[in-house]
Unconditional design. Structure first.
Length: 312
């Protein structure tokens, strides 16, 4: 990306966020906190309004704890829930898609955006689908990128930007500066990388963790305790998967497997059994762990006060 390219702050002042789930709502809040006007749309009636209430409840203690220096009311007042996709898109400078991790759904959304208004910059927040798979349905692929944000942005203040293969240098410069303007460390991915940077590495961790469990070599808690001991952190890969949502994890894994050239890369039986049983992690009360009191949140974890001496 040429250093001579410049960014005008007025280039992106109105942003549409499509999808009012956990991460879509957080993207809306980050953007509004930068002083921009945000339109938030979700196909589920009332979802955008409910997301504002969830943001208020979630962010209040974080601001009170000093992790965010925000005027919460001012931030949320800049987020406007809208009833239709057209209300969100028309006249927006940037449209950020944050719908479910499903390629046909995303392609349908971007095709409709192009029919409504061909002018905005376009970004998918997909955690695994490269924007090149959307380029043929958008009005102007030169304005299309991956803009991958991370949940709990006050802890993970970063974003990845990746070209669709036809993205112009000017668009890449503008999107990179947009990320920086939100106060995020902004990493520009060179070329196309399935899973970008972090999720490509995280995918390898997920895959091998599930292979160990599916192969009967350990249970999820064994893996997580060893991981926590080894890296000096509070939880392991299975706890993190529960937090993300096992249905989301399964969708992401399936998208990797669909393009994998490794014949051993197959769906995890344990993961799909939990999804089929609607045990999706924290949000349903059970997954690899039982909630609201999973073992990894117990005082002193990952160390044990009592441990069986019997061999498995």
């Amino acid at each position: 990306m040429p250093d001579t390219l410049t960014y005008e702050s007025s280039a992106i002042m109105t942003v549409a966020v499509i999808g009012a789930g956990t991460l879509g709502a957080q993207i809306a809040a980050m953007t509004a906190a930068s002083g921009r006007d945000v339109r938030l749309f979700d196909v589920l009636t009332g979802a955008a309004d409910r997301s504002i209430d969830r943001l208020r409840s979630m962010l209040k203690p974080i601001i009170a704890n000093g992790d965010l220096a925000w005027d919460l009311n001012a931030v949320l007042d800049r987020i406007q829930p809208v009833a239709t996709l057209a209300e969100a898109v028309v006249g927006a400078h940037l449209v950020i898609e944050a719908v479910r991790e499903d390629l046909p759904t995303k392609r349908s959304v971007f095709a409709e955006i192009g029919r409504i208004d061909p002018n905005p910059y376009l970004a998918t927040n997909s955690s695994s689908i490269p924007s090149s798979q959307l380029a043929d349905v958008v009005a102007d692929p030169g304005k299309l990128v991956n803009l991958h944000f991370f949940s709990e942005f006050w802890l993970r203040a970063c974003v990845e930007v990746m070209s669709c293969g036809q993205t112009t240098n000017a668009t890449m410069a503008t999107m990179a500066e947009f990320g920086r303007s939100l106060g995020l460390y902004t990493a520009v991915v060179r070329g196309e990388s399935k899973g970008f940077i972090i999720n490509r590495i995280w995918r390898a961790v997920k895959r091998e963790s599930m292979a160990v469990v599916d192969g009967g070599h350990a249970d999820p808690e064994d893996v997580d305790r060893l991981w926590a001991f080894f890296w000096g952190i509070e939880y392991g890969p299975f706890a993190m998967m529960d937090h993300v949502g096992l249905d989301v994890i399964a969708d992401i894994e399936d998208s990797y497997i669909a393009v994998s050239e490794d014949p051993t890369d197959r769906p995890s039986p344990k993961l799909h059994a939990l999804v089929d049983a609607e045990r999706l992690g924290e949000k349903t009360g059970s997954g690899f762990y039982e909630y609201p009191n999973p073992s990894f949140r117990a005082k002193g974890w990952p160390r044990l006060t009592e441990q069986s001496t019997e061999l498995p």
